[in-house]
Design a protein around this ligand. Structure first.
Ligand SMILES: Nc1ncnc2c1ncn2[C@@H]1O[C@H](COP(=O)(O)OP(=O)(O)O)[C@@H](O)[C@H]1O
Ligand SMILES: [Mg+2]
Length: 349
């Protein structure tokens, strides 16, 4: 192995053990918004405590004098134990959000808390411990998740070894045993002694799930983990994520382009231009019936919502709309005369 290769390896070892290079704290961080306690009012009724809570999260990239607002005041709450899909067009801010939640990047403004950790207030040391034990991360590129010179079982045992001093970092025998349990759980126990080059992409991703779960994180983040796989392998990887969620109770947030995935999760959130725009909630229906999926627009804390583009276009809405409060809904009318403008009193009759 050349020195250059070793550098590569070193970079990935740090990444896979969540001990990535110190994130580039760009000093362009703005104010952090109010830091008061929150959560109770924001959680939808009937749900548990939020393990992921983002409040008006902003991330601005400034390169060569050009500013990109990748996240534009994003609000998001994910409850403990949820399995949630995150969808959105390329460039909408999905990876930016995941990198912040993973502790790999720092927001410009706003608040983000994961499992009680304030992502804007962590010291370098806190951040390292956070990346090792509070969150697990899965990259799209299989090669980024595994060490090519370690077997599957050694790959899974490694983060446990690196989390020294913690209760999970017990003796070698216990680590190997747990590594095998995790590989069995993700359906690749038979790969325990194989090197990455001897496994398919799907098998490598299922080993990577084991690596991400090694230190019993509260949250598993996956950025298009099936993006480079054929559909059969993608199904197997997604099944492994579901098993991890069901058996270990780990909260899973997975970025995906795959409409099949959204059909298999209870909640799919869509991000548009750096904000959550819509959510689809799926409820199990009565026996023998298809699940019921309902799409919602997301109301942010300031009362803003995004009207779907096709609604806006079909009614020719521009600049201004008229609103009317009805007993059980709000009516929205285009402002252009003669185009769908109604007397509000007639609506709903
Ligand atoms: N390191 C960076 N420097 C400058 N701009 C970036 C950087 N990373 C992402 N962006 C920009 O931020 C926006 C959101 O990117 P990203 O979060 O990667 O989107 P997605 O994952 O949804 O495709 C895009 O316009 C992208 O070009
Ligand atoms: Mg991305």
């Amino acid at each position: 192995m050349s020195a250059g290769d070793r550098m590569q390896e070193r970079t990935s070892i740090e990444e896979l053990t969540s001990g990535v290079r110190p994130s580039q704290d760009r000093g362009d961080r703005g104010h952090r918004g109010d830091r008061g306690d929150r959560g109770q009012a924001a959680a939808p009724p009937g749900t548990g405590a939020a393990v992921i809570a983002c409040d008006r999260l902003v991330r601005i990239y400034s390169t060569a004098g050009i500013e990109v607002q990748a996240l534009q005041g994003l609000d998001l709450e994910v409850d403990a134990g949820e399995l949630t899909a995150l969808v959105g067009a390329s460039g909408s801010g999905k990876s930016t959000l995941l990198n912040i939640l993973a502790g790999l990047d720092t927001p410009t403004a706003g608040q983000a808390r994961v499992a009680g950790h304030d992502l804007l207030a962590m010291s370098g040391g806190d951040r390292l411990a956070y990346r090792r034990s509070v969150v697990g991360f899965l990259w799209q590129q299989t090669g980024r998740n595994l060490f090519s010179h370690l077997t599957a079982a050694e790959n899974v045992a490694l983060p446990m070894r690196l989390a020294r001093g913690r209760s999970q970092a017990r003796g070698r025998a216990r680590r190997s045993e747990r590594a095998l349990e995790l590989l069995e759980m993700t359906g690749v126990g038979y790969c325990a002694d194989r090197m990455p080059a001897q496994m398919s992409g799907g098998e490598q991703q299922r080993v990577a799930i084991g690596i991400a779960l090694a230190n019993r994180p509260a949250v598993l983040l996956a950025d298009e983990p099936t993006g480079e796989l054929d559909s059969e392998s993608a199904d197997e990887v997604f099944a492994a994520l579901r098993t991890a969620n069901a058996e270990l109770g780990v909260t899973v947030l997975v970025v995906t382009h795959d409409p099949q995935v959204s059909a298999q999760v209870r909640r799919t959130i869509a991000i548009r231009d750096g904000k959550i725009s819509t959510e689809v909630l799926r409820r199990a229906a009565a026996d023998g019936q298809a699940d019921v999926a309902e799409e919602y627009s997301v109301l942010d804390r300031a009362g803003r919502l995004q009207i779907p583009r096709d609604f806006i276009e079909s009614l020719g809405m521009r600049d201004r709309v008229r609103l009317a409060l009805e007993p059980d809904h709000v009516g929205v009318w285009p402002d252009s005369p003669g185009r769908g403008v109604k007397n509000t009193n007639e609506e709903g009759e």
